[in-house]
Design a protein around this ligand. Structure first.
Ligand SMILES: *[C@@H]1O[C@H](CO)[C@@H](O)[C@H](O)[C@H]1NC(C)=O
Ligand SMILES: *[C@@H]1O[C@H](CO)[C@@H](O)[C@H](O)[C@H]1NC(C)=O
Length: 989
């Protein structure tokens, strides 16, 4: 419809515009003027340039149409039309649509090759809104046409050549020479073409339209092609002329194009000649066009674009080539000082090189997510103009338009820990990202929040701009935030761990991207509790601050954990107030250490260990020591086997307690007063006997007082001293393994098994008639020097033997009264320790039989009644030959049985163990140490080491403490009355 209007003469057109035209009013086709700011256009050298604002087009569809100057309907811009007619619809680096058109494009109005104008329709629609068409007309002038101009656009190459018919008067050379010159420039094929043209040219020349008199000759590698201009247009070429110029436009890949390497850079060329013949006039115009198409290389920091200086197909005389000017433009604007923008532009005889630092002004960086990686691309639209001459009068201008985008450059988003521990504030920096990237959400620990979330003011996010134009996000989270993980580590440090997950919205497509980070900070901010201890008469008191207890630390006494809820041993009292924990322990409770034991006082120490709750590593030990005055008697059974006893004199008339002794009469008090004495001995000494009962090892000794009797010689008959016998018992728990092996009978004492060492003292009364059954079997042992069992090793000397020599042991049941009995060795073994259950063990006697194997041979030696042996049935003698154990200290341990004499199972290897079990009494004896020397290395006599002394102070007494619990029965005799001496203890030495 419009084309009809414009086809009318101008006055008519005016009237028609004023009159209402049916169907035109309100039509979506009616052109409107674009709103301000939505479009921007200007003139590049030889081009129209139009930019549409993407903000204006957001969410809309748009298309372009070219307004026809001849009044034909506007033509939609399509790809084929664009490359043939000299248009390109592209976009700038920011994404704004850009439309460029050559001044020589199809729909341009041209006034004398100097004034140009082009109209475009911009059709905009939103899917529900009606289509709106805006019209925009551009005007440009250009007069600096070079004789040849070449344009290398994104989608086409264009060459235009000035065509002047030279005036005859100007040619100062003879006509003949000119003619030869012209003919010389004609390639052979051209001449052939002319001839062929000439052959059938008659009809063509007859055509009136000047355009039709043109023909094109292409020279692809496959061979010359001659065609009429109408055919050229069908192949996608644009060929036409203006008043003074002839031009050819070509897409980059046609059948006639070829791409070759020039100085290492691919160059696409279409070689052609335009031919115009009209009667007497023949015009041959070289319309060859050539454009470099590659030459880009990238590094992470720069872009390099190289093109050849000389394009051979455009330079017929390379020797005459002279580069006149190279200039650079960015985003459609010529750049006067390339270096001041950071761009590099250099040229030499072979190459022109442009270098652009990535991120330089005029370009644009864009972020994106590719295969889960964050990365950026950088784009810049370059424009390069090269002007050269290849003879004095032939100037060529080459204009290249080159939009460049770097490949995707993956970038690691760094999470930097900027925390200053003392501030107790995590500072985590995420970056760097491009300015249009946004932080949309942050997850701290398990707590998620959006960045613009005022509900969590504790988390502060700051956007930090960097000097290079990028930015970062700084997140603050206090250490004490509930979403920060806290862990107590080492001695006094806390490890704070911040788990954070950032969510970014990246690039123009706002793709989500997650970046997780874990930041740790260890700070010495834990104060270990300090305890204070006091003594208050009967108690020891420890005061410990509550803070952190049960959370970081536990308190332990021995291996018992102290907590307000746990059941504490007797004598322990745990209370708490607002700030402190108070532990009150009575002086003779279990688990205390007894140091500096004397008759007057015992120093008691309570040790409370501060242990880490997770590893139970001991960090500190709080000790409180109290000096406790003692006036009563006591017995202490130390876990290392030492026994301390304070015995009180309780007889009337009084006796001198300093003269009391243990079973071994040589064991005298360590300290004594008038009415009491302190004994200090080890369970392996001083005649201490031991038995096994109900899972306990029970050690027994006795304090006695040897009464002075009259007469001193002869049979003693009279004494004025009272009898004094104090039995001492220490109970030690034996191991479970042992109790199973021993199949122990019922507990005759009817006491509950005790979990730790315990002691008791029993005052023995003098009773006429048969003595009641003893608490323990009193078993005496000796080591004989030879098989005669007449010479024994002395009390303090250790039996020294060479490993090759046999060992001789004698075991005797002492002080046994009652029905005749026999002592049997049920089981004996050697070990390197005096401890009952020490490993390894080498069996010597099993089931009352001597072991005979490759390592050990045991023989029972006969025992005859003699001066030394009153009852042979109470004595057993062993000879042990052995190769194991190796040289060193050894002990012989024996479990003994006492059975009625003459019982059917008597003898050495009886059967019927079950019966024996019921009738027998059991005992245990450990003999030694015997120092075994390697053969011929017996030391001299004075080198013989003493038996272990009684230096067992500082014992840790959780396991074994015995306190006097016994009933002290004593006999009060009327003053002056004489009692009959009934001393029964026999010392065998
Ligand atoms: C050549 O240009 C003239 C004048 O602009 C135009 O009328 C004609 O259609 C053009 N021919 C081609 C093939 O483009
Ligand atoms: C010319 O410049 C190119 C690109 O910068 C370079 O590779 C070449 O070596 C240079 N040639 C000479 C002769 O300097």
């Amino acid at each position: 419809m419009l084309h009809r209007i414009s086809a009318l003469p101008p006055p008519m057109l005016f009237w028609l515009l004023l009159l209402p035209w049916p169907g035109l009013e309100g039509s979506p086709q009616q052109p409107l003027v674009l709103p301000p700011g939505s479009v921007e256009s200007h003139c590049l050298p030889r081009m129209f340039w139009l930019k549409l604002n993407q903000a204006f087009l957001k969410g809309k569809d748009f298309s372009l149409e070219l307004v026809d100057p001849n009044g034909w309907p506007a033509v939609p811009l399509e790809a084929e039309l664009a490359s043939r007619c000299g248009y390109v619809l592209s976009s700038d680096v920011w994404g704004n649509p850009v439309f460029r058109a050559s001044l020589l494009s199809c729909h341009v109005m041209n006034w004398g090759d100097e004034w140009f104008s082009l109209g475009v329709h911009i059709k905009v629609s939103r899917f529900s809104d009606p289509l709106v068409t805006y019209v925009h007309t551009m005007h440009c002038t250009y007069s600096l046409w070079a004789p040849r101009e070449i344009l290398c656009e994104e989608n086409y190459m264009e060459v235009s050549v000035k065509v002047d018919v030279p005036k005859v008067s100007e040619a100062k050379v003879p006509e003949q020479r000119i003619s030869r010159q012209w003919m010389d420039t004609l390639p052979e094929m051209m001449k052939l073409g002319m001839n062929r043209e000439g052959a059938y040219g008659g009809s063509q020349l007859a055509q009136e339209a000047a355009y039709k008199t043109w023909q094109m000759v292409f020279y692809p590698p496959t061979g010359r092609k001659i065609m009429a201009v109408s055919s050229v247009s069908k192949l996608g070429y644009g060929f036409n002329h203006t008043g003074s110029r002839v031009f050819l436009r070509s897409p980059y890949s046609t059948n006639e194009s070829e791409t070759t390497l020039v100085e290492g850079v691919p160059v696409t060329t279409v070689r052609s000649t335009a031919l115009y013949k009209r009667r007497w006039l023949l015009l041959l115009i070289d319309t060859t066009v050539s454009c470099p198409v590659g030459g880009l290389s990238f590094t992470p920091s720069s872009i390099t674009w190289v093109i050849p200086s000389i394009l051979p197909s455009l330079t017929l005389q390379p020797s005459a080539f002279r580069s006149e000017n190279v200039s650079l433009g960015v985003d459609g604007q010529r750049v006067a000082e390339a270096a001041s923008h950071g761009y590099g532009l250099s040229s030499n005889m072979t190459h022109i090189e442009v270098t652009i630092p990535v991120g330089a002004r005029g370009g644009w960086s864009q972020s994106d997510i590719l295969h889960g990686h964050y990365g950026t691309t950088y784009s810049i639209d370059l424009l390069l103009e090269h002007t050269w001459t290849d003879s004095h009068w032939h100037l060529t201008k080459l204009l290249m338009i080159k939009p460049i985008t770097t490949p995707f450059m993956a970038q690691t988003l760094m999470v930097t820990d900027n925390t200053v521990p003392e501030t107790r504030l995590f500072k985590v920096l995420l970056g760097s990202v491009l300015p249009h990237d946004q932080l949309v959400a942050v997850v701290v620990g398990r707590m998620s929040y959006a960045v613009v979330d005022s509900e969590h003011p504790g988390y502060n996010v700051l956007e930090i701009p960097f000097p290079n134009g990028t930015k970062g996000f700084l997140l603050d989270v206090p250490f004490d935030d509930p979403n920060v993980l806290k862990e107590y580590v080492n001695r006094n440090e806390t490890k704070y761990t911040l788990l954070v997950d950032f969510t970014l919205s990246v690039g123009p497509q706002q793709k989500p991207f997650h970046q997780a980070a874990e930041v740790e900070c260890i700070l010495e901010d834990v104060e270990l509790p300090q305890a204070t201890g006091t003594c208050d008469g009967e108690n020891m008191v420890l005061t410990i601050p509550m803070a952190g207890l049960q959370l970081y630390w536990y308190l332990y006494v021995g291996n018992q954990r102290l907590s307000p809820t746990s059941t504490l041993p007797k004598g322990y009292l745990l209370t708490t107030n607002a700030t402190h924990l108070l532990l009150k322990v009575a002086v003779f409770s279990k688990g205390l250490a007894y140091e500096d034991v004397s008759l007057q006082s015992i120093q008691v120490r309570l040790d409370v260990a501060l242990k880490k709750a997770d590893t139970l590593e001991t960090l500190d030990i709080f000790s409180v020591s109290c000096d406790h005055r003692v006036s009563s008697d006591f017995i202490l059974c130390f876990p290392n086997g030492t026994i301390a006893v304070s015995a009180l004199m309780m007889t009337d008339p009084s006796i001198d307690m300093g003269k009391a002794t243990l079973k071994d009469r040589t064991c005298k008090p360590r300290e004594s007063l008038q009415d009491r004495s302190l004994f200090w001995f080890h369970i392996t000494n001083c005649g201490t006997s031991v038995r096994v009962e109900s899972g306990h090892l029970i050690y027994e000794n006795e304090i006695t007082y040897e009464r002075e009797a009259l007469p001193r010689r002869g049979v003693p008959t009279i004494t004025r001293d009272p009898e004094y016998r104090l039995t001492l018992l220490c109970y030690y728990q034996s191991e479970e393994m042992l109790t199973q092996v021993l199949r122990l009978g019922s507990n005759p004492r009817g006491k509950r098994p005790l979990p730790y060492g315990d002691g008791t003292m029993v005052q023995q009364a003098h009773v006429r008639g048969p003595r009641r059954a003893r608490q323990t079997l009193e078993i005496q042992w000796r080591i004989s020097k030879d098989p005669t069992f007449s010479v024994f090793y002395g009390g303090d000397a250790i039996a020294m033997k060479q490993t090759s020599e046999p060992l001789f042991f004698e075991v005797e049941l002492m002080n046994y009264e009652g029905a005749p009995v026999e002592l049997l060795l049920d089981k004996c073994w050697m070990s390197v320790s005096p401890k009952f259950h020490s490993q390894p063990q080498w069996n010597v006697v099993v089931n009352r039989c001597g072991v005979k194997n490759s390592e050990i041979t045991t023989d029972f030696c006969p025992v005859d009644k003699s001066g030394q042996v009153k009852s042979p049935s109470l004595v057993k003698r062993l000879m042990v030959r052995h190769t194991r154990p190796a040289p060193g200290q050894v002990y012989l341990h024996c479990l003994t049985l006492v059975c009625p004499e003459g019982a059917p199972y008597g003898g050495q290897c009886p059967l019927g163990w079950e019966e024996a079990d019921q009738l027998s009494e059991r005992g245990y004896v450990a003999m030694g140490p015997i120092v075994l020397q390697a053969p011929d290395r017996l030391p001299a006599e004075e080198e013989v080491p003493a038996r272990p002394g009684n230096s067992f102070y500082q014992a840790w007494l959780w396991l074994a403490v015995g306190i006097l619990v016994a009933v002290l029965a004593f006999l009060i005799l009327p003053k002056g009355r004489l009692s009959v001496m009934t001393m029964t203890v026999r010392r065998k030495k």
